[in-house]
Every structure is written in C-alpha cells, then in structure tokens.
Design a protein around this ligand. Structure first.
Ligand SMILES: [Mn+2]
Length: 267
C-alpha cells in the first residue's frame, strides 16, 4: 500500500487547534504505517519551516518522532516540498530518514506510473508575477542571506506572519468565489488548472494517475483515461489517497472522530 497526504499545515492557527491537527496526523501516520510500503507527504506539511545549518524550528516533536519511527521500521517516507515548506534542508533526511524532493516526481509504484506534485507553480508560464515570486523564494542567495543575516527568532516570526497572510489571502479568495459562484461549485473550479496541466502532461508522457495537493479541496477526478486526485487540507476536511495492492488509487476521508473546532484561516 502507498499513502498520500498533503496540506497538513502543522503549526497553523491557534495552539490548541494546531495540536489537534497534529494529533490526527500522527494517528493517521501510525495507522498508515501498519501496511504502508511508502507514505508520500505532498507538501505544506508544515505551515512554515526554515532551517539553519545547526538550528531547526521548535515544535512538531510528535510528527518528527513518528516519521523517524516509520523509516526505522523500513517504511519509505517521501516528502515533496510545498510552497509553505520549500525551505527544508537536510534535517528531515538525516534525522528522520525522509526522502526529500523539491520538484514533481514521476514514479512507478506497484506497476502504476504516478505523477506526484504539490501543485504550486505549475502552469505559471503566463503569470509573470508568480514566476518572479517563485524565483525569489527559490533563490539560493536569498536563502543564504536569510540564514546568515536574520536572527532565527525573527526569521520564524516573519515566516509565520507570511504564512498566515498567505492562508488568509486564499481564504478570502475562497469566500469571494463562494459568494459569486454559489455553494459547492466554487472549490471544484479551483482544481481545473491542475487538471488542465495533467491533461497536457499526459498527452506526452505515460502516466496512470496524478496526485496533487495545494488546492485544499479533495477531489477524485476521472475523464476517460485521465485520473487526477486532489488531496484535501487537514484543517478543514482531512482526506488522503491510497494506492492499494490491486493498483487502484482512491481518495478517502479520514475515518475519524469528532470534527475539529471551527476557526479562522484555511490555507
Ligand atoms: Mn497548502
């Protein structure tokens, strides 16, 4: 079995809610670990992560411990960075045994060809502002300057502020879309650009299934041979995907317990 989850946004929101999300995530990792060959963490696992050569952010102890335990047991854990945690360094690899990728991956799993990506900065060729931001955020120079010129407490403070702002912006966009687009229909439309990307990619590559995060809307899309799974966001409606031993990839809701308390901020 191969498992996929994204957009946990650990550390987001008020501390009690953040702790609850982490508790559910760690419980999920634990359950998945019972029959998982591999677990794919498809970006935005942390609401903000920045690491120095010898310093890592406080927190996430249960998550990091569980990841280390899983890889110690021989479960393959793969982390594809998202736009909130693109600045991971070698800590997760060295300390927790996690494979880290900063770009989309086309993998063969259980005989299936699976394209996995967080889903940010795809289809940005026609969007100069996004391209510029993407270049800035991925700049090694900026990362180096940040790392050597900014005290960690200030770097973290800035990062959490920026992440919160980014989530709020998306939240507002969702709300506006909800007001104009009517209930139910708006969120699904956000996933269309990634579906379009998948369709054009599949025209030139052999791919059985696509898995994306980022849109914070769980959706299992099929159109002929095209199969695209959008993983949900764990703050709202936790969902994950499983590639089972028959080679079928499906989206599942987190079968669990009581809903999380309502709160502000989503993405
Ligand atoms: Mn996200």
């Amino acid at each position: 079995m191969h498992y996929f989850a994204s957009d946990i946004h650990l550390g987001a929101g008020d501390p009690a809610a953040a702790r609850e999300v982490e508790r559910r995530f760690v419980a999920w990792l634990d359950r998945a670990g019972r029959d998982a060959e591999s677990i794919f963490l498809v970006g935005d696992i942390f609401d903000f992560w920045f690491e120095y050569r010898r310093v890592v952010p406080k927190g996430f102890v249960r998550t990091l411990g569980k990841l280390a335990e899983l890889t110690d047991r021989g479960v393959r854990v793969v982390f594809l960075t998202g736009n909130h945690d693109m600045w991971v360094g070698d800590y997760l690899t060295r300390e927790c045994g996690v494979e880290v990728y900063t770009a989309p991956q086309l993998l063969t799993l259980g005989g299936r060809r699976i394209f996995v990506a967080h889903g940010d900065n795809m289809n940005i060729d026609g969007q100069p502002m996004l391209r510029l931001l993407n270049r800035i955020f991925r700049s090694r120079t900026l990362r180096w300057l940040f790392s050597w010129g900014v005290h960690p407490d200030w770097a973290m403070r800035f990062g959490h502020w920026w992440s919160g702002k980014s989530r709020k912006r998306h939240n507002d966009a969702d709300r506006r879309a909800a007001e104009t687009g009517g209930p139910g229909g708006f969120d699904a439309s956000l996933t269309e650009p990634l579906i379009a990307y998948a369709r054009s990619y599949a025209a030139t590559h052999e791919v059985d299934d696509f898995v994306f995060g980022h849109m914070h809307f769980a959706r299992d899309y099929r159109d002929g041979a095209l199969h695209v799974v959008h993983l949900g966001c764990w703050e709202k409606n936790p969902a994950y995907a499983v590639l089972d031993n028959r080679g079928v990839l499906s989206l599942r809701k987190l079968e669990e317990e009581e809903p999380l308390p309502a709160k502000n901020g989503t993405r």
